[in-house]
Design a protein around this ligand. Sequence first.
Ligand code: GLP
Length: 241
Amino acid sequence: MRICVYENQSQACHAAAVMIAAQLIKKPNSVLGLATGSSPIPTYQELIRLNQAGVIDFSQAVTYNLDEYVGIAPDHPCSYHRFMNENLFDHINIDKANTHIPDGNAPDLAAAAAAYDKAIVSAGNIDVQLLGIGRNGHIGFNEPHESFIHGCHVVTLANNTIDANKRFFASIDDVPRQAVTLGIGAIMNAHQVVLVACGASKAEAIRATVCGDTDPHVQASILRTHPNAILLLDKEAASLI
Ligand code: GLP
């Protein structure tokens, strides 16, 4: 695992955009694994700028998002479907038929999750997986657990995740208690993993990711065993390593 520490969030997020842009230039039909949360927003802004400037082309790109809440409609203001449209897809020349987000409203969530995994394998696995990190070390919505769960699955959100994400909702009672998340398998099968973490609130999660044993109670620590993973950090997120 490589670690790069930048002066500020803007530089760390810019570096992530450069890596995704380079991948798209090398392989226009890349399979991109995308993330939500506030961390990737500056990265998406830079990708939008590069696309609108004609530097990168998304017309052949295929995307798979990490996760979605269970039980909120795709057009709900806090759904990850809406987040991706507003923060990236509506502003680039991607074919929306090539964009994929787990279905948190499927009548059979387990079957839909299994189909999502199959589709990623059929697409040749993810070329570049962009990740943020939760304060408890979660990636996607893979919460601290006794083991690493390989497949896409339904997860009950940890209390500290609900608390961290309440800022996006009218009240904590409105935060869904469950989500569908890509498992650790698809993330570890990605050819390259790029994790962005910024701010002091991520420092402990980054310390636990980088130091000590690979531990499913800190799901991001599995990235230490990935052959091509990079952490892009600002100084605050890197302050405990
Ligand atoms: C959510 C998402 C994660 C994301 C995390 C951190 O829990 N499921 O993929 O990494 O939030 O979000 P932020 O970047 O806003 O701190």
